[in-house]
Design a binder for this molecule. Sequence first.
Ligand code: GAL
Length: 964
Amino acid sequence: MSFRTTTAIDYVEDVSPGSGALPPRAWYAASDATSLSLNGSWRLRVSPTADAEDDSFAEPGFDAGNWAEVTVPGHWVLQGEGAFGLPIYTNHLYPFPVDPPHVPTENPTGDHIRVFDLPEDWPSDGGAVIRFDGVESCARVWLNGTDIGEFKGSRLPHEFAVGHLLKPAGNVLAVRVHQWSAGSYLEDQDQWWLPGIFRDVTLLHRPAGSALDFFVHASYDHRTGEGTLRVDSDVDGRVSVPALDIDVETGETVTVRVDPWTAETPKLYDGVLVTEGERVPLRIGFRTVVLEDGLIKVNGKPLLFKGVNRHEWHPEKGRALDLETMREDVLLMKRHNLNAVRTSHYPPHPAFLDLCDEYGLWVIDECDLETHGFTEQAWRDNPVDDDRWTPALLDRAARMVERDKNHPSVVVWSLGNEAGTGRGLTAMAEWIHGRDSSRLVHYEGDWNCRDTDVYSRMYANHGEVEQIGKELDGGTHKRRELPFILCEYGHAMGNGPGGIADYQELFEKYERLQGGFIWEWIDHGVTHPELGYAYGGDFGEELHDGNFVCDGLIFPDRTPSPGLLEFKKVIEPVSFEGADGTVRVTNKQDFAGLSAFAFEWSYQVDGESVESGSLSVPALAPGESADVKLPEPPAQSPAGAETQWTVRALLAADTDWAPQGHEVAWGEVPVAARSLPSVAATDGPVAGDGVITLGPASFDARTGALKTIGGVEVSGLRLDVWRATTDNDEGAEWLTGVRCAEQWRKYGLHRMRHRLASVELDDDALTVRTRVAPAAWEFGLATVYRWTSDGSRLRLTVSVGPEGEWPVPLPRLGVRFGLTRADAVKWYGGGPGEGYPDTKAASRVGRWESTVDGLQTPYLRPQENGARADVRWAELGGLRIEGDPEFFLTARRWTTEQLDAATHLTDLTPGETVWVNLDHALHGIGTGSCGPGVLPPYQLHAGPAEFSFVFSEIPENSEIVDVS
Ligand code: GAL
């Protein structure tokens, strides 16, 4: 005989969404109804299994005095320094056996208790609800000993009616949270697994006649300039919008002249919904989203998404974000020209959407759904294609749509991410279309667009995107009629992403391509006492995906990475292209004119601005261009000087996201090229006792190695082709053809040998011939160093001739050497930040100053970084170095090999020597960590090359600080 026990924890593995919660409804931060935040300090006990403890802790009178205290909102694994368990990072692999709907017996369970009194002014009439805005992954709730229900759907709100259970004082709210549940199968997003009550808990008074659900329909007719408002409300009432003289019944339609809402012009009208028992403030934005002519149009115009995927992240608090952090995200996005966010891969804290409404960002609001781990079993048993799970999927769709439907910023609903395909998704799409016909539906996994209104892909390469732009991609009839977006591209892991300017060009060229969303906003590094920031594997996880969780445009502390600065440049709202004293100004916005901007010109001679003024630019509608004459070039420039114009667009007045003068766009118009440095070879090498001297320099007589330039010691100068591989060089395991690093190592580019062939002294030159090649292989680089001098300056010309069949591109091609002292760095060339061949749109020509430490970019996993592009000359360590032609400059207090070996920034310890790389060329960056590799124009293939540097000692008075 067999039997099965039913236990009190069966709900954990039940595929249903839960029981006891109220129907979902519109979310609002505050009304005139009283509320009580239950955030703050809670008592916590963590048990190893779901049923290790009975539910007596929920009884009033239970003494939790010896339990730990934690902060709610919060994740228990990020509090208590490991005492309550640790975070786990996996990309798509479930960190438990795929055995749906079962979860491991080892199921960390956090019992939470909060005792609260009602405030004195808490009304005695009416009811009350408790709202949980986010709990991962499953919770059972008791109030004053009464079981009020259980729920799943971690990033969605759940409300419970509790009015009948409340007492004036000593209320005991007990919440049992299980890390794993059937719901975990639906939440396999690429991020840390972080259990806990991580969003607000609020007690809301519900007066008699208070508002229930309501739906603000506010559309805009671009032909008439009129907005139409209707607020449907479960509880009848009135709606007023004083600025528009609107005062109507709920359900009544009214049409008036309005200023529309767009992300560029986020006009919101304050209104109020008044029911018998409650006044709910409304912030109304009028806009109409349609699919028309195969395009996503808002207010009659096609959009171009310049977007980013945003996970919620804070390095100490995980996904428990406070309002100020959310605001910081929005401000950073606005200040870097972004206009859109995909809330990957779950609805964010609702306050974030309020900010998007207020500051202006288009939002793709994505449902809390991902079942990516099923891909490992060819999607067998995928919950989204199994009717038993459909109620849970529909519950998630409804909780998202109902919560967020009153946000003008939300223009597209997304069913979820990487969940394969199936009937459950179709059911979600049908429900959403039926409930809200005023927005479009997105889901990337649906390549045939069966359920969706937009063809969406992730990481498609440039070639394919261009085919799609040209409508040559085939596909179903329905798909061919639809617009295209890249819901993920430009994987911002480590150094990069490369090639985003090339994508942007395609987006701007083909109408069908309506832009994309960079993956992703922030590195999910966890603050760690020894490692600085931890990533996957640092908590001893059994399964993990390393630093694949660090792939954001901002570092964990929200400092912009070079990737964000590059993206800002690539997506500027205004562009400048010029030649011959004229600049073509284009308004690249979709809705707004140029009135928000003031324009300036400046004129640079050898990188120094000598004059500037304001530029008058005619009013331009979106998409329009005008040729604007630049003034006469100021004063005569010295012979051989390089001259150029820089034209900039600045905010003409303070906005709520940046002050007056904030730069939104810039362009350079070259005038005269510099004359290249020349050194007359008037001196000749002189052999002495073990030493050769030439002009200011001395060399080792046997090896021809440079030793000093004047008083500056130089060590180890030689050809260098290796770089500490970037995440993009490493490439993703599942991508073929773009994994450079593996190939480079196979062919020994990290262990090149330098065979000295000859040291030759001529009348006017010292020539050192070498062959640079890896052990085991026959290909190599014949490398000749030719040194000449005019007595005070020293010129090195490096000639490189490949021999044999080179099977791989080169990481870099240049020279490296060590300096014993160097700190301050000055240069004339690209800056102020780093730039690589396919990431240097934001690098502008000028005179820059920094320090060796200041040149480093702190990618969480150390890797090649910090190169300054197009450098004409640089000064550091007592040397001035001029390039013929321009070069990439890198300097660091550790070797490339040390950088390559480090796994965390804390592994890098400064040595005595500053290692300098002067690169004639670098292989591009690409996005091979998840996407296409380096595009052909930016690849560095071995070929004959010649490049020169002119060295001279800087007179003593320049400030040089000792590194020791
Ligand atoms: C996508 C996925 C994201 C993230 C990204 C790589 O496939 O949708 O969640 O995993 O790849 O970082």
